[in-house]
Structures are given as C-alpha cells and as structure tokens.
Design a protein around this ligand. Structure first.
Ligand code: CA
Length: 512
C-alpha cells in the first residue's frame, strides 16, 4: 500500500498537466439492441443520436461483457475491478457492498481527483471514496424521486428522474467541484430499468405503430437445458398487469398476471396522473374491449404485452439519450470536452422479447453484453469499432492508468489503454475469453451458472444439474441449440472446458 502511494504521488506530479477528466455515464438495463450505434431492429425507429455522437467521435466496443448480469454486482465489479466472488457483492438479494475495500474512486481521490457519484447506486451501503454523492435509495423511482444525501437524510425532488440526475450532474460540474483538480463523475441513471415509466413528453412516442418483434419471441426452449423452461421472466406469463403493463385495477383475463400495482402511479401528483391517464386511457380501454369480446388469441396477448413493454422501454431511453446530449453539450460549451474521457455504458444488457423474455441474468448474448462507447480526444481514434473481448472489471484499471496511477496487482481486470491507443485493437497477449458467473439468487428463478465466452464459442455450466451448454455463435448467433453433445464439437467442448478451468483458477473462483 505504501509503495502504491509513492507510485501514485510520482505519477501525479509527472502527469498532472495532462491527466484526463472522466465522465462515466451509466444506465440500468440498456440493451445494445436499443442503441442505434450498435444497429439492431430499432435503429431507424428509435435512434439514439446523442449516444451515437460518442460512436462517431470515439469508439464502439462490440464485444463488451459484464461479469454477472444483475444491477448491484455489475456496479461492484466496476468499482473494484474484481469478479463478484472476490469483491463480495454476489447478488441483489443478500449482498451488501463492503465500502471499506479499495475502489477506483478511492485510488483516484488519493491521486488528487475530485470524485462524485450521482443517481442510481444500488449497493446497499452508502458510497465511499467520493467527495460528493447523492444517490437513489435501492432501485429508486421514476416520478418525484427520493435521493439519499451525504448527511444520511432523504430529499424528494419533483420531476422525472432521468432529467433530475442530469440536472444534478450538471450542477456539480458547473458549480460544486474544485476546478483546480481533474474529476471523475459517475452520472448513473435508473432508466431504462423496470417498471418502464416514460417522461410525460414521451408518452405518445410510437403511438399507433407496431414495433418490430424479435425472431425468437415465441422460443419454445427446445435443444437447450430444461432450466430455460423453468425461470420466470417471460412476457407470456410473468408480466404484471399493473407494475409492468401500467394498467389500472386487476385483470379478469387469466392470461394476465395479477397482484402488483403500478407503484409509480401512486407517486404521481394529480396533474401527473391526469396526463398519464390521458395518454394511456384509450389504448387501455381498447384492450379491455377486445378481451371482453374474445378477440385476442394467446399469441395476440403476448404481442400486445410486447408492444406495451417495448414502447415504454424505448420511451425511457429517449429521455436518457436527450440527457446524454445535455451532458455532451455542456462539455463542448465549457471547453472540457477536449480533456475528458466520456464513456457510455449500462450495467448489463436486457432481453427485449428475445427468447420470449424480459430481464437479464442468463449468459445469453442479449444480457451478457454491455454497451461500451468511449470518446477520448487525442487518444481514441474517432469512428473505430472494436471486436476485442472486454469486460466491466477492466474499467477500474483503465481509469487508474489513464490518471497515471499504478494499477494494484490484485485488480483482476486489465487496463484498456493499450487498446485505446492502438485503434482499439487487442494486443497479442490480450484475453481469449471472458469469465461469467451468476449465483442463481431467487428472483425470476434463473438457475445458477458460470461460463466462458471466446470470440466464437460460449460454454456454460449449470452446477445444480451438472449440465454443460455449448453454443457456436458464428453458426447460431441467437443461441437456439446447444451443441455440447454433438460429436463434431468434441474438440471445441474440451478446449472450452479447459478455458473454463483456467479462468476459474486465474480469478481465484472458489471450488463448488
Ligand atoms: Ca441492471
């Protein structure tokens, strides 16, 4: 530790002039399929022009993955640069982040940076290592949200959460930081997390349109583990009438799930409720009429749920994108842009109806992938697209190296600087696979599993049933058939099992 401090100090004095600011814009559950810089089926219908500015002026990483596809654990991996089983924040149900452990904000603070986190935190214990913080309690709320203050009190702010988090981020940048120091600001949105509640100005976006469905909306889960049929995250069976579909009262049709009301509606003012009812009323009434008239087949009902879900999800993202624009505009206007590394990322991906699902957790591509766009003038070449395998444990060492701070040996991720300085191409000794772990916490009943993903293949293991699943992502990008038992893949299976063992050993994953 003492050696590290001296190193940090040395780096501080020699690199002080050019040390970059870091603006880390982070959202919750924003899938790659819903960012136009990544393409996807919403590219022209629901573009994200402001996030795409980072792609044009910086780089897009196309193979960027999380280490554990849920909210809290992904954040803990980012702060520590370590896998879940090492940093101790394993799941959202029972973990509490040990704020006494080293994190990248602490190292940067010691090296003379101003550090701040504003918005969603979701690590149970209060933030440590920040000069300024103001965070949502738990999942937070979309309408008139509460914020935990540094003195422990809670303040309710009227308005829409995505706008408010940006207002607070801009206020800190403009008025509240020590301008003699470089900064790291983590501006972290709740959106587009469940339950998908758009800003009033976006209620009518996509109205009357049929948005494209994924090819796998009616996946029957054949040719893969039986565990895929047992989890509870299908549009068909698991969406709540109130909480997810934003309808009032309780359903009378058994194809809709009853029992959880829309809590956001309860938080609204009378005027906000009136605007909400005005926006959704006619469409809701049509559904009730069609159901009463027996007009809707089972598939029609799933399709209706999909449309309600995806429109609200993309409406939430519209507000995110507008607010990314506000932050980027300020960096431009203030002159900060030229010495600020800007990253856009989200804690994991999400199923937008693929495999008939919403939510995340499974190691399939849609939820394993994290968006990662980075702009850093003078370092990252504009317009580059990278296929290097990167992971959220890499962010901490990247920030440290960018700030001239020596990367501690116990950090498990690798600094992306050698890539960023080299057209985002991976050096020869770069990792050939990433490691993934999901604990199997009770929520949604997704089975525990861990695994590895290489450039072409994905192997995962379900310990409870001792099953292996192997996917050839080149031939089967939608992961519809496990080839673990196909003799043609025997060599690949053996190699991937070896990689799995090696990465578990490298990351010191406990046995069992
Ligand atoms: Ca999340």
């Amino acid at each position: 530790m003492r050696v590290l401090s001296i190193l940090a100090l040395t780096s501080f004095s020699s690199l002080a002039a050019e040390r970059p600011n870091i603006l880390f814009i982070f959202t919750d559950d924003h899938a790659l399929q819903a960012i136009s810089a990544y393409g996807g089926r919403f590219k022209d219908i629901a573009p994200t022009p402001n996030i795409d500015r980072l792609a044009k002026q910086g780089a897009v990483f196309e193979r960027s993955y999380c280490a554990n596809s849920i909210c809290g654990p992904s954040r803990a991996c980012i702060l520590t640069g370590k896998h879940s089983l090492i940093n101790g924040f394993i799941d959202n149900n029972s973990s509490r982040f040990n704020g006494a452990q080293p994190t990248f904000p602490k190292y940067l603070q010691q090296a003379g940076y101003q550090t701040a986190v504003i918005g969603k935190w979701h690590l149970v214990s209060n933030p440590t290592g920040f000069d300024h913080w103001e965070v949502l309690p738990g999942q937070g709320s979309y309408y008139n949200p509460d914020f935990i203050q540094m003195d422990g009190s809670t303040k309710r702010i009227d308005g829409y959460v995505t706008d408010i988090i940006t207002d607070k981020s801009l206020d800190w940048l403009k008025n509240r930081r020590d301008k003699d120091k470089p900064f790291v600001l983590m501006s972290q949105q709740k959106a587009p997390h469940r339950n998908w509640s758009p800003a009033e100005r976006h209620y009518k976006l996509f109205d009357g349109m049929d948005l494209p469905e994924p090819e796998t909306l009616f996946d029957n889960y054949a040719n893969r583990s039986e565990a895929l049929k047992k989890q509870q995250m299908t549009l068909e069976k698991d969406f709540w009438w109130g909480n997810d579909l934003l309808l009032h009262g309780e359903p009378t049709d058994p194809r809709f799930r009853k029992g959880m009301a829309n809590g956001e509606y309860k938080r609204m003012s009378t005027a906000q409720q009136a605007a909400f009812d005005q926006a959704y009323g006619a469409e809701n009434q049509k559904l009730l009429n069609d159901l009463a008239a027996g007009k809707l087949s089972d598939k029609d009902v799933t399709r209706w749920k999909y449309q309600r879900y995806i429109k609200n999800y993309l409406r939430c993202i519209r507000a995110v994108d507008e607010n990314v624009g506000r932050l980027l505009d300020y960096l431009d206007e203030s002159g900060l842009a030229k010495n600020t590394m800007v990253i856009y990322s989200s804690d994991q991906g999400f199923y937008l109806g693929e495999h008939g699902w919403y939510d995340k957790r499974w190691m399939f591509e849609e939820s394993l992938a994290m968006p990662f766009l980075i702009r850093w003038p003078g370092v990252v070449k504009p317009g580059v697209r990278s296929k290097a395998l990167i992971q959220n444990i890499d962010y901490a060492p990247t920030f440290l190296e960018a700030a001239g701070v020596a990367v501690p040996e116990d950090i498990q991720g690798r600094s992306l600087l050698p890539l960023l300085k080299n057209d985002c191409a991976a050096p020869a000794d770069w990792r050939k696979a990433i490691y993934y772990y999901y604990s199997g916490e009770g929520t949604h009943r997704v089975a525990a599993h861990d695994g590895v993903r290489s450039e072409r293949y994905k192997l995962f293991h379900l310990p409870k049933t001792d099953e292996w699943q192997l996917f050839d992502l080149e031939k089967d990008p939608q992961e519809m058939k496990s080839v673990h038992a196909d003799p043609a893949y025997a060599t690949v299976l053996a190699e991937m099992k070896k990689t799995h063992q090696e990465l578990r050993a490298q990351y010191k994953i406990p046995q069992g």
